[in-house]
Structure formats: C-alpha cells, structure tokens
Design a protein around this ligand. Structure first.
Ligand code: HEM
Ligand SMILES: *[C@@H]1O[C@H](CO)[C@@H](O)[C@H](O)[C@H]1NC(C)=O
Length: 321
C-alpha cells in the first residue's frame, strides 16, 4: 500500500514537473477567467456575432477562418488582427491572407462594446476565439466551452504565414505534416476541414482543380467553370459546400464522396488515402463529426497562447498599445 501511494506520488510529481518544463501555458487558460472582471463578456460577443451573421451569413465563416489563421501562425495571440503601418508589416498582407481573410471590423466592433463595460481587461485573442465558436453555433453547429485568458501579441510575423497556413494545392501528406507541427492529428485535420461546410472560395484557388484535375465530378467541374474562366475572374467566388453553404452540417463530407470538393486540399481527404474512412464516417454520422470537430477546435484554440504577464491586453485590436 505504502509502495503504491509512493509510486503514485512519484508519478504525479513527474507529470507536474513535465508540465512545468514544457511550459504548458494552455493549462493556465480557464473558462471562468473573466468571471468577476467581465461577467457580461460572453453575451456581448454572442450578440455581436449574431448581428453580423444576420447581416451576412458568410461572416460566420469568415470569423471561423480568421481564428484558424491566427492560431496557426505563432499561436492564438490576435497577431492577425494587427494592421500594417508605414513602419510595420504584419500578417494581413501575406499571401494566404491578403484580399482573403476578413471579419476585422466585426471583431473591432465587438471589442469596442466589451471595452465599454470592462476596459483593458479582455484580450482580442479571446474575443476572436469566442467569435469563432459563436459563429459555428449561430450557423447551426455544435457548441463547446472556450477556455479564456489568452493575451495579445505586441507584434506579428509576415514571414511566418506562408510556412504555417497550408495552401489549397496541398497533398494529403503535406496537410498531415502541417497539422502535426501544430500538435494536431490527422483526425483533427479531417474534422477541422469540415469548417469548409460554410463559406466561400475564390476562383483563383480552385481554377486548376476544375480545369485540370481528374478526381472531380465532370458536371460539377463544368458548373464551376461557368463563373471561373481560364483567364481572369480570379476573385469570383463559389461556395465551399454547394449544398448548404450557410449551414454548419456534414454535407461537406458527402460532397467529398461524390468528388464534388471545391479545393484540391479538400478532395485529397477522400482520394484513396489514409483518411478516406474518416470522411466516410463523418459523412454518415454527424454526431461523430460534431464531437471530433469540437475536440479539434478546442485543441486548435489552445495552440501556444500568451498567458500571465506575456504580451498585453490591447485597447484596440488593430494595433499594439
Ligand atoms: C486543411 C487545410 C486548409 C486549407 C488548405 C484551407 C484553404 C482555404 C481556402 C483556399 C479558402 C478560400 C479563401 C478565399 O478564397 O478567400 C478557405 C476558406 C475557408 N476556410 Fe479553409 N483551409 C484549410 C483549413 C481550414 C480550417 C482548419 C478552418 C477552420 C477550422 C477553415 C475554415 C475556412 C472557412 C470557414 C472558409 C470560408 C471563409 C469565408 O467565406 O470567408 N479552413 N480555406
Ligand atoms: C492546367 O495545367 C497546365 C499544365 O500544368 C497549366 O499550364 C495550366 O495553367 C492549367 N490550367 C489552369 C486553368 O489552371
């Protein structure tokens, strides 16, 4: 008995030590972080997202993607929200983001409303994380508890964006690789790609696929070509899920089974490789999809946060204090 509890104490100490050494700062995040300092936070964010999505359903998709692009580039630290100045080039003009990520005004306006009731307390990184969750909920998807306490970066890295955000031309191996670098499994990759059940993509990003690829349904390709010509039209948009573009459901996966994915990086998830069975599972079982999506969103939202005295709480999201 004594030996057992000794062993258990040793094991516990080892775990604690390991957490200290790794600096597991997401362990410092907590759902109740603003419980006393900003009790109205969750309601303010939810109302802001609701009204933005009521004006334009696609905004829910844009906010979800903004959070993804924030977290993959040096962690969920609000760095993507920093605007360029004459002496500073941030992430917004990097190739995966420029003229593509959007929703900055919505985040800024929610932040303004939060500042009115609890000034200087809530980070832009947390507001963005909550907004991504609320976007999914408002568009009919699952909900989950968001841990809070992220702080805002004082800078951003233009040059880190391209290496971190996977391009739509990615192979399955490179997608798995990029997600693995962020501590996300192939299962997380397939579940998170289900975010493409909402929102739109530009012709530029799927042109090669609809004219040159063979793992695509012919009539679907023809249909997409009508608004995406070989020359020009690069900014013309098409829904990522042509069935239910404003509903957070599992039709994205059903489309993959029919070779009706818009992006190459979507279709590779079901193209004879190791992730086929997961796509089949999610296409058939929306509960399984939602459960794994939630697990993966929580993991993604906890990538390398700044906590404690790191970073700052910005007064406005577009520039450091
Ligand atoms: C797996 C690798 C991924 C690739 C290669 C990829 C690529 C893309 C591309 C090229 C677009 C179109 C952008 C445009 O035309 O402006 C897009 C849109 C979108 N992505 Fe992804 N994405 C990936 C993963 C994710 C993840 C993990 C999420 C969130 C969890 C996400 C959420 C979205 C959403 C919601 C949109 C629509 C945005 C809008 O309509 O404004 N994507 N993605
Ligand atoms: C199709 O592939 C060819 C050869 O790689 C390339 O030159 C061409 O630009 C592609 N077409 C489109 C529309 O992307």
């Amino acid at each position: 008995m004594a030996i057992t509890s000794n062993k258990m104490a040793m094991a516990l100490a080892t775990v604690l030590l390991a957490m200290l050494l790794v600096g597991n700062s997401s362990a410092q995040l907590s759902p109740n972080f603003y419980y006393t300092t900003c009790p109205k936070l969750l309601g303010i964010v939810r109302a802001g997202v609701q009204s933005a999505v009521a004006k334009e359903a696609r905004m829910g998709a844009s906010l979800l993607r903004l959070h993804f692009h924030d977290c993959f580039v040096n962690g969920c630290d609000g760095s993507i929200l920093l605007e360029d100045t004459p002496t500073f080039t941030g992430e917004q003009t990097a190739a995966p983001n420029v003229r593509s990520v959007r929703g900055f005004d919505v985040i800024e306006s929610i932040k303004k409303n939060v500042e009115k009731v609890c000034p200087g307390v809530v980070s832009c990184a947390d507001i963005l994380t909550l907004s991504a969750r609320d976007s999914v909920v408002v568009l009919g998807g699952p909900s989950w508890v968001v841990k809070l306490g992220r702080r805002d970066s004082q800078t951003a890295s233009f040059s880190d964006v391209v290496g971190a955000i996977p391009p739509p031309t990615s192979t399955l191996d490179s997608l798995i690789d990029r997600f693995n670098t962020k501590g996300l499994s192939p299962r997380d990759l397939v579940a998170l790609s289900g975010a493409h059940t909402i929102g739109q993509a530009k012709c530029l990003f799927f042109k090669n696929r609809i004219y040159n690829e063979t793992n695509i349904d012919e009539s679907f390709a023809k249909e997409r070509q009508r608004n995406c010509p070989v020359n020009g039209g690069d900014d013309n948009r098409a829904p990522l899920d042509f069935e239910t573009p404003n509903l957070f459901d599992n039709y994205y996966y059903k489309n993959l089974l029919d070779q009706k994915a818009l992006l190459r990086s979507d279709q590779v998830l079901h193209d004879g490789g190791s992730t086929d069975s997961l796509v089949e599972l999610y296409s058939d079982d929306s509960d399984a999809f939602e459960a794994d999506f939630v697990t993966a969103m929580i993991k993604m939202g906890n990538i390398e946060p700044l906590t404690g005295s790191q970073g700052e709480i910005r007064s406005v999201c577009s520039r450091p204090n």
